[in-house]
Design a protein around this ligand. Structure first.
Ligand code: FE2
Ligand code: FE2
Length: 253
């Protein structure tokens, strides 16, 4: 009973906090956001305050505003983890120095798009799916499979298992079976080396004094990212809904 009361109190407190920020609107959270906090909410828990108050639908005033016709750069600027673009720009910069073709520079620039701009878990798959309608199939394929290939060395191009992974995942970490299967499948695919090139240029230990800016890649984005005229999310592709969710992540429905 006391526990139920404290849960209710916590919900009321959260509601009051939100109301301060959002006037009379209640912000709902997707299950995924709760799971990220290690909490499994009850399916029958009502939205606190509903139906006395309305829930947020549309623009979320807590987030940077997005233009009516958002471009890829608007997502980088207004929805990306702050500073998260440095790893991507440094990797693309290295790819450029190594003489990779432009579309592979773009692949390096976007390879961890999901880590910094959407969902970390299975980031290669999410990133590829988001970007698929707007880039060459080789680019999205490479982004999807770099996630698996990162775990497996390829001596032919001087790629070893990353030291960082030993630190992050521990000695002897073994990827999930589906990652192993993806690696086995990718090995004999015509785009294998493209995904591998993302791994080779995936730069974690860059010099913080070397500043790379997005201007360096504007032309490449212009030539190889098919920006829809009506704006990402407003078009009608297989991933438009994902871009819309990024624009309005707390829509109730
Ligand atoms: Fe990655
Ligand atoms: Fe990366």
């Amino acid at each position: 009973m006391a526990q139920a009361k404290s849960m209710w109190q916590a919900a009321e407190d959260a509601e009051h906090q939100q109301m301060k920020e959002l006037g009379d609107k209640i912000v709902t959270k997707s299950l995924l956001f709760h799971l990220a906090d290690g909490a499994l909410p009850r399916t029958n828990t009502p939205v606190p305050g509903a139906p006395r108050k309305q829930v947020l639908m549309g623009t979320d005033p807590r987030l940077p505003p997005m233009p009516e016709k958002p471009t890829l750069m608007d997502f980088f600027n207004n929805r990306f983890t702050i500073g998260g673009d440095q790893h991507l720009m440094q990797s693309a910069n290295l790819a450029q120095k190594n003489g990779l073709p432009e579309k592979m520079v773009l692949a390096c620039l976007l390879h961890d798009f999901a880590v910094n701009g959407f969902i970390r878990s299975d980031h290669g798959y999410w990133g590829a799916q988001l970007l698929e309608p707007y880039v060459d199939e080789e680019v999205s394929w490479a982004i999807r499979y770099h996630q698996a290939l990162r775990f497996y060395p390829d001596e032919s191009v001087g790629y070893g298992y990353p030291d960082l992974y030993v630190k992050l995942f521990g000695e002897g970490y073994r990827p999930e079976p589906y990652i192993e299967r993806a690696y086995e499948f990718a090995k004999s695919h015509k785009y294998y080396m493209s995904a591998r090139m993302i791994c080779v240029n995936d730069l974690y230990s860059f010099d913080p004094n070397v500043v790379v800016t997005m201007e360096q890649f504007e032309d490449i984005i212009g030539r190889h990212f098919k920006q829809p005229e009506e704006g990402l999310g407003n078009d009608n592709t297989s991933s438009s809904h994902m871009w819309r969710t990024l624009i309005r992540p707390c829509n109730a429905l």
